[in-house]
Every structure is written in structure tokens, then in C-alpha cells.
Ligand binder design. Sequence first.
Ligand SMILES: Nc1nc2c(ncn2[C@@H]2O[C@H](COP(=O)(O)OP(=O)(O)OP(=O)(O)O)[C@@H](O)[C@H]2O)c(=O)[nH]1
Length: 240
Amino acid sequence: MDPRYDIQRRGAGGSGAGSPALTGAQARRRKMPPRPADYKLQVIIIGSRGVGKTSLMERFTDDTFCEACKSTVGVDFKIKTVELRGKKIRLQIWDTAGQERFNSITSAYYRGAKGIVLVYDITKQETFDDLPKWMKMIDKYASEDAELLLVGNKLDCETDRTISRQQGERFASRISGMRFCEASAKDNFNVDEIFLKLVNDILNKLPLEDLHSELSSSILSLQPEPEVPPELPPPRLRCC
Ligand SMILES: Nc1nc2c(ncn2[C@@H]2O[C@H](COP(=O)(O)OP(=O)(O)OP(=O)(O)O)[C@@H](O)[C@H]2O)c(=O)[nH]1
């Protein structure tokens, strides 16, 4: 049994030598502290303006969709805890601005990401043509072992499609280890799969020592975490 949970149960149950036994009602009133996450992972979503990066993140974290989203300025993030393979994983998802003028800000977030979701819009040729430019950003700023997933978004707009599924697959197949899928943030199609598959691949790839260090950093972060990791610039503001 994982010793961490053993310690927590003893604390919460109060049945140790020095603690008086609780009545049933007292025990029910006393809340069990939430089980800490086993791992903490960061993933980043990149791609050209308007492809649906924010929409994919918000669909996954809050199950919401905004028809008229404001463009992201700089970066934003959301956290979602998922359970996978019996482990609790605290996923920090960084949503970046697609506009090139923010590249100097967004590039700072690549390094810590264990997974990168590169998004294009299946109805907009230019967002697909931009992919090599995003790959250059990945090569320059991301960790070499980051998991990569290419996503063709807006699958609900099939009638306006300009990029075939085969084109997306072909692009991904030319990049070592890159996975591919099509999705729709609007219709909530394949959105959970994007993030869960990525997390699963990250867990598969992490060497044992890394798993242990991810684990210890989770154990250490028992106090509330700062809204923004201190070494990073402040999150984006939304503009019209
Ligand atoms: N039809 C359809 N529209 C979508 C989908 N995902 C996003 N959109 C729309 O596309 C527009 C841009 O979405 P965002 O999520 O803001 O795109 P983004 O990539 O974050 O854009 P930037 O922040 O400017 O880089 C919005 O009007 C969304 O409603 C989708 O799956 N289908």
C-alpha cells in the first residue's frame, strides 16, 4: 500500500493512541482531506490564431463552449485532475495566444511541458500551412522528450473542410512520435481523448526516476499553490 495514504488515513480517522475515538456522527461531520495527486503534469496547446485552442481547453476542463471567444493574449491556464490507470494526475493546461506577436511570451511555457497539443483548423488552409512554423518553435523551445499530438479541430464543419484527414495524418507521420486526431470542441468530439491519450503517453514514457520526482513534488505541494508558477510571466488578459 502507498505509505502516503496510510499516513493520511491515520490522521483523518483519529484512532491513534493519543486521539479519543470519534462517535459515528463526529466521524461523518469530519471531512476526509482530498487524496493528493500522484503526478503533476503540464501540457501546452499551440497553433495559429482562431483554430480553437481555448475552446478545446475549456471543453475539456469545464465542458463549456463559447461561440464568440475573445482572442487569447499571452497565455492562460486551467487545471483539471484526472484519474488514469488508478493514478490521480493533476493536469495543468497552458493555452497560448496564436498571434505571432506573443511568441516571445508563449515560448517561455514550452520548456516545462511534458505534452504539446498542436492545433490547426480543418477549414482553414493557412492554419495547416503554418504547422512547420510551429514545429520550429517546438524544436527551439520544447523539451526533446515532450509528447506531441497534432489535432485537426472543427470537425463539425465537415462541409467547409479544406484539409483532408490524410493530409493531417501525413504531416504527423513525418514527425517522430507525433500522434494525430481530428476533433470538435463545439460538438465535444474526441476532446477528452486528446488529453487522456496525451497523459497516457506521457506516463508510458516517463522513466521510473521521473515518476518518483513527479510524485515527491506532488507530496510537497500540500499548501495551496500560487495561481501562477513564480518563474513564469503573468497570464494573459483577454482583449476584444
Ligand atoms: N464550429 C466550430 N467552431 C469552433 C470550434 N472550436 C472553436 N471554434 C470557434 O473558433 C473561434 C476561435 O476559437 P478559440 O478557441 O478562441 O481559438 P484560439 O485558437 O484559442 O484563438 P487565439 O486565442 O486567437 O489563438 C471561436 O469563435 C470558437 O467558437 C469547433 O470545434 N467548431
